[in-house]
Design a protein around this ligand. Sequence first.
Ligand SMILES: CC(C)(COP(=O)(O)OP(=O)(O)OC[C@H]1O[C@@H](n2cnc3c(N)ncnc32)[C@H](O)[C@@H]1OP(=O)(O)O)[C@@H](O)C(=O)NCCC(=O)NCCS
Length: 163
Amino acid sequence: MSDVSIRLARADDTPKIQYLHNLSVQDLCSSHYSPIQIKASLETFMPVDPGLAASGTYYLAEVGDTLVASGGWTPAVQEVGLARIRAVYVHPDWVRRGLGRSLVTQAEDAARMEGVKRFVVNSSLNAVPFYSFMGYRVVSSMELDLGRDITFPIVQMEKHCKK
Ligand SMILES: CC(C)(COP(=O)(O)OP(=O)(O)OC[C@H]1O[C@@H](n2cnc3c(N)ncnc32)[C@H](O)[C@@H]1OP(=O)(O)O)[C@@H](O)C(=O)NCCC(=O)NCCS
């Protein structure tokens, strides 16, 4: 991973983050979702808006100019000390090299510095083993309604910071 550098995203990175998101979901979510579910989810969700990219809490992993992974966190409005892990996506050619772990660790470390005590994430089914590896536990399951009778099951997971 010595050729990988991590930096904060900027608003003008949004198009390439969106491109990575589409690539990652189309390939890596196909183990747990149908092509119809994946197409509908990509049409419905815009996970990385310019606001998130410019938030100062969203990170990019790059090799040269190529974006190979992204992810970050945002404070959750409903509870002081609660943060949400956001939009973690790895390029299909770069999985299982520790990039997801690096970005989530970076996000958690930064959030803890801001007083965060607990993390939540809406995990796609394919990402549950990854978040379990990162110390998250399943709290509940839910089905997102994508319209046209298409649903998209996800799992809510959480992690408490060590004292
Ligand atoms: C889930 C995802 C972010 C993992 O990224 P990654 O960089 O491949 O993960 P890491 O290499 O850091 O994996 C760390 C550990 O998590 C576990 N893990 C990761 N992916 C896994 C998988 N597909 N199956 C089982 N365990 C997995 C393993 O224990 C792994 O350690 P190991 O490779 O030494 O066995 C990536 O697969 C991805 O982008 N998926 C598609 C998009 C998505 O669903 N994002 C989550 C949105 S909530």
